[in-house]
Design a protein around this ligand. Structure first.
Ligand code: MN3
Length: 209
């Protein structure tokens, strides 16, 4: 049975995050960029069915990008870029909140243990985001119950290095250029306003779905 990867349904309207992220950027980002990752992933996978015991059409996108060594060479790069793009964006949308949120008391303890406070977390995350040259993502990941910041190039996901991401920020210019042009720092600092901390905590406590 062939499973087609699909765009996830959104839980918000394109203009919900104005003025921090403008509606046009959200619309193009979802309907063009994310859609292209999904389409290109499906196109790559259509060339193969079963490979080394793994049915490429029955495994999750997270499994695909973490088992790239099992993916045939001629579609490996396409699966890495487009599978990663699909996974990262599916996470990214869920991590946005129309209404201001704050970490729960429980999660705040983890933040404090990891960074010594939410402000320091934001500072370190922002530093990582600003330090990523070119296109990529900034992440908050979990290592043995402790949160850390990191970044990846292109559409790579920390899962490919064996660590679970709980918060991710798209640093590709397509994510902010219409509104911010070259001002990535303003984009990052405004984005904190719409982070869905409940989802970050859910990601921390559960396997990524
Ligand atoms: Mn993007």
């Amino acid at each position: 049975m062939r499973m087609k990867h699909e765009l996830p349904k959104l839980h918000f309207d394109y203009n919900d995050f104005e003025p921090y992220i403008d509606a046009k950027t959200m619309e193009i980002h979802y309907t063009k960029h994310h859609q292209a990752y999904v389409t290109n992933l499906n196109t790559a996978l259509e060339r193969y069915d079963q490979i080394q015991g793994m049915n490429l059409h029955e495994v999750s996108v997270a499994e695909l990008i973490t088992k790239l060594d099992l993916v045939p060479d001629d579609i490996k790069t396409a699966v890495r870029n487009n599978g990663g793009g699909h996974l990262n964006h599916s996470m990214f949308w869920k991590l946005l909140s129309k209404h201001p949120t704050a970490p729960s008391l429980e999660f705040k303890k983890i933040v404090d243990k990891s960074f010594g406070g939410l402000d320091i977390l934001k500072e370190e995350f922002t530093k990582v985001a600003m330090g990523r040259f070119g296109s990529g993502w900034a992440w908050l990941v979990v290592k043995e119950g402790i949160l850390e910041t990191t970044s990846t190039a292109n559409q790579d996901n920390p899962l490919m290095e064996g660590v679970k991401p709980v918060l991710g920020l798209d640093l590709w210019e397509h994510a902010y250029y219409l509104n911010y042009q070259n001002r990535r720092d303003d984009y990052v600092s405004n984005w904190w306003t719409i982070v869905n901390w409940k989802q970050v905590e859910d990601n921390f406590n559960h396997e990524l779905s």
